[in-house]
Design a protein around this ligand. Structure first.
Ligand SMILES: Cc1cc2nc3c(=O)[nH]c(=O)nc-3n(C[C@H](O)[C@H](O)[C@H](O)COP(=O)(O)O)c2cc1C
Length: 184
C-alpha cells in the first residue's frame, strides 16, 4: 500500500465520476489547483496551455455547439446539447502552442495533457468529483468557435467537475506493470 498522503496514494485513490452533484470549486480554488498543476515538466517552460472555466449558461452555449457540429436534429440534437449540463463546472483544457524552434507541437500537447491529468488528480484529492470527457466533436468547428479559441489552439476535452458522489466506484481494471515495461 502507498504511504498515506503520498503522490502514489493520491493516484491510487483517484477515480473518475460520471455523475457529480451541484457544487463546484470556486475560481479561487481553481486558481490554486491550476498553479500547482502547471508545474508539470514543460520543455523550455513554454506553458503551452490554458484552461477555460465553463459554468451556468455558458454550458448551454457549448451544448448548442456540440449539437450543431453533430448535424443531429430533433431529440438527438437536444440530447447532445444537454451533455455539458451533467456537471456544474466544465474545465476545457486547451493546447495553446507557443512559437519554438526547439519544442515541437507534439511536445507542447504532451505538456497540456500532463496539466489536465494533474488538475484532475488535484481536484479529486481536494474532494471534487471529476471526469475527463471528450467526443467526436471535441475539435470541430462550432465547438472551437464556442470556446473562442485562436486558430492554432485546440481542445483536449473537458474535465467535468462537481460534488463527489457518495457512491463507491467499481473496481478499476488493473494495471499489469510487467506488460508495460521492457528493457533494451
Ligand atoms: C483524453 C481522455 C478523454 C476521455 N473521454 C472520455 C469520454 O468522453 N467518455 C468517457 O466515458 N470516458 C472518457 N475518458 C475516460 C474517463 O475519464 C476515465 O478515465 C475512465 O472512465 C476510467 O476511470 P478512472 O479514471 O476512474 O480509472 C477519457 C479519458 C481521457 C484521458
Amino acid at each position: 500500500m502507498a504511504k498515506k498522503g503520498s503522490a502514489a496514494d493520491a493516484m491510487l485513490r483517484r477515480r473518475s465520476h460520471s455523475s457529480v452533484g451541484d457544487e463546484a470549486p470556486s475560481d479561487k480554488e481553481l486558481l490554486r489547483a491550476i498553479e500547482v498543476a502547471g508545474t508539470v515538466a514543460d520543455h523550455a517552460a513554454l506553458r503551452p496551455w490554458r484552461v477555460i472555466a465553463i459554468r451556468g449558461e455558458a454550458r448551454e452555449r457549448v451544448g448548442r455547439a456540440i449539437a450543431e457540429d453533430s448535424g443531429a436534429t430533433g431529440s438527438d440534437a437536444e440530447k447532445l446539447a444537454r451533455k455539458p449540463l451533467r456537471a456544474p463546472l466544465l474545465l476545457a483544457v486547451v493546447v495553446s502552442p507557443k512559437p519554438s524552434a526547439k519544442v515541437p507541437d507534439w511536445e507542447q500537447e504532451a505538456v497540456a495533457s500532463g496539466v489536465a491529468h494533474a488538475l484532475s488528480l488535484l481536484l479529486d484529492e481536494a474532494g471534487w468529483g471529476v471526469m475527463w470527457r471528450t467526443g467526436h466533436y471535441t475539435r470541430s468547428g462550432a465547438v472551437h468557435r464556442a470556446h473562442e479559441l485562436a486558430p492554432d489552439e485546440r481542445l483536449l476535452g473537458w474535465l467535468y467537475v462537481g460534488s463527489k458522489p457518495e457512491k463507491k466506484s467499481g473496481k478499476r481494471k488493473p494495471v499489469t506493470a510487467k506488460k508495460h515495461l521492457s528493457s533494451l
